[in-house]
Write a protein that binds this ligand. Structure first.
Ligand code: NAI
Ligand code: MG
Length: 501
């Protein structure tokens, strides 16, 4: 089978590492089922597109419910026979530490794939890749630390609260951070679960490469399975499968809503990390030099395709014009171009579909009466580039202020009083994150208490740590990843009563 036959074509001009070329040239970019990479039973494949050029450069296996059946069966067997969950915690940790070391050794491949498949610019790939490594190393230390409890009872009875894995978990991931695969899968594996990963159809390559590293690290067959394919077929089949105990989903609100409804039929456990329309509140006393640049980058980072993008910038009217001028200045001359060029500041969006969505929202913003202060157009004719775009005179009722655009588009909304700022910030169906820019410590605390979100950043934005829980409220979802709380998400408590009379 030669489904990677075209792998060299589009990528030939890029300075890829030899290991990346070797990976792309391998005979089968397939599913990982029961420890083996396999094509689809029906031979179907799907294209992998380089967002820098719009050209197809590889094909991967495209799965169907048949592959889901095989993968779920493999995961179930691996779970039931205890080959992983009953392995001594020290040995589990050793496997996961080897995985962390392998990720480090293959940093260059992960960076190449981020640029080639994910459209992440060269200067940002080290951050994404390092975070995947850090997450792996963080959870590698957990198997020896997942402890149960004893309940306080009378002397005649002993009650153990035992923390057990959930079983077979499906992890459905989006395309916006391919090298963040460890973020989705290492915590459930560290807890002793078996998983089926469904990567986004736009960015399957990092998952395949990661699956290979899991095998090299010595993770037993069937503990991680990977099935590629479209959400409506492979994703839906996983959600509906009776042998899948839990779903962990990251992606759009609409798909998340459908998944929760489908999972409800079997009362299946679901955690949802959905999008946002996160506000950044800039008070009049903010350090404008620091805030203007950072607030702009909170939207331009990865061309706005980050769930926590601070895409609504609420600015006190007293400093509004000056602040907008500074953001425009900081953003006007940014170099837009290929992820592989070292000087690129703004890379492509992921696909033609995403470019069309961004274009549609920009047209809508103009029609809604917002003022275009910067950008507003596609950049170039090849690939999927869009200019950093700033709308001012936005009312929070406009669609460009309410809906997730997932592109480099900022909506600037003026406010007068602090109360008004909180009201606007919270007047959204989302609740993922918020930023606050102020020099007044009291105001910073008041704001953090008033904002209905899962994360508040004060005088900074988009920082993360492996130990800090991350997730949303309202329609940004529920459940938390990272930190110890993720261990709770992927385990459940069993109470064991022992008669000691
Ligand atoms: P999506 O939410 O439909 O896709 C995310 C993942 O879910 C992919 O792996 C996809 O194959 C899978 N999926 C799709 N339909 C499914 C179903 N019925 N059952 C199970 N799994 C399913 O997002 P998509 O279509 O890639 O992008 C649409 C919009 O969603 C974007 O334009 C963006 O605005 C938003 N989005 C937001 C993300 C965030 O992290 N906030 C991430 C990805 C997309
Ligand atoms: Mg791609």
């Amino acid at each position: 089978m030669t489904i990677a036959a075209s792998a060299q074509d589009a990528s030939v001009g890029y300075p890829l590492s030899p290991k990346t070329r070797q990976f792309l040239a391998q005979a089968c970019l397939g599913h990982l089922i029961d420890g083996k990479f396999v094509p689809s039973a029906n031979g179907a494949t799907m294209p992998v597109v380089d967002p820098n050029t719009g050209a197809e450069f590889a094909r991967v296996a495209q799965g169907s419910p048949a592959e889901v059946e095989l993968a779920v069966g493999a995961a179930r067997r691996a779970f039931e026979d205890g080959r992983w969950r009953h392995l001594h915690p020290n040995k589990k940790e050793a496997v996961l530490r080897r995985l962390g070391a392998l990720l480090e050794d293959n940093r260059d491949v992960l960076m190449d794939l981020d640029m080639l498949d994910g459209g992440i610019i060269r200067s940002q790939t080290p951050f994404f890749v390092q975070f995947g490594i850090d997450v792996t190393n963080y959870y590698a230390g957990w198997p020896t630390k997942i402890e149960g409890r004893m309940s306080p009872t009378g002397p005649d009875v002993v009650v153990q609260q035992v923390r057990e894995p959930l079983g077979v978990c499906a992890v459905i991931m989006p395309w916006n951070a391919p090298s963040a695969v460890p973020l989705g899968v290492v915590a459930p594996i560290a807890c002793g679960n078996s998983i089926i990963l469904k990567p986004a159809e736009q960015t399957p390559l990092t998952a395949i490469f990661f699956g290979g590293l899991c095998e090299q690290a010595g993770l037993p067959a069937g503990v991680i399975n990977i099935v590629h394919g479209l959400g409506g077929t492979v994703g839906a089949a996983l959600v509906e499968h009776r042998e899948v105990d839990a779903i962990s989903f990251t992606g759009s609100v609409e798909t998340g809503r459908g998944i929760q409804a489908a999972a409800a039929k079997q009362l299946k456990r679901v955690s949802l990390e959905l999008g946002g329309k996160s506000p950044q509140i800039v008070f009049a006393d903010a350090d404008l030099d620091a805030a203007a640049n950072a607030a702009a980058w909170a939207v331009w980072g990865h061309s706005g395709q980050i769930c926590t993008a601070g895409s609504r910038v609420l600015v006190n009217r007293a400093i509004h014009d000056e602040f907008v001028a500074r953001m425009v200045d900081a953003s006007r001359a940014l170099t837009i171009g290929s992820c592989f060029d070292a000087e690129t500041c703004i890379g492509p969006v992921i696909s033609q579909k995403q470019l069309d969505q961004v274009t549609r929202y920009v047209e809508l913003g103009k029609a809604e009466g917002a003022h275009l202060a910067l950008g507003g157009a596609r950049h170039g004719e090849k690939g999927f580039f869009f200019e950093p775009t700033i709308f001012t005179a936005v009312s929070n009722r406009m669609k460009i202020a309410q809906e997730e655009i997932f592109g480099p588009v900022m909506a600037v909304i003026p406010f007068d009083t602090d109360e008004e700022a909180y009201a606007i910030a919270n007047d959204t169906t989302f609740g993922l994150a918020a930023g606050v820019w102020t020099r007044d410590l009291g105001r910073a605390h008041r704001a953090s208490q008033r904002l209905k979100v899962g994360t508040v950043w004060i005088n900074t934005y988009q920082l993360n740590e492996t130990s800090v829980p991350y997730g949303g409220v309202k329609q940004s979802g529920f459940g938390r990843s990272l930190g110890a709380v993720s261990i709770e998400e992927f385990t459940q408590v069993k109470s064991v009563w022992i008669n000691a009379a």
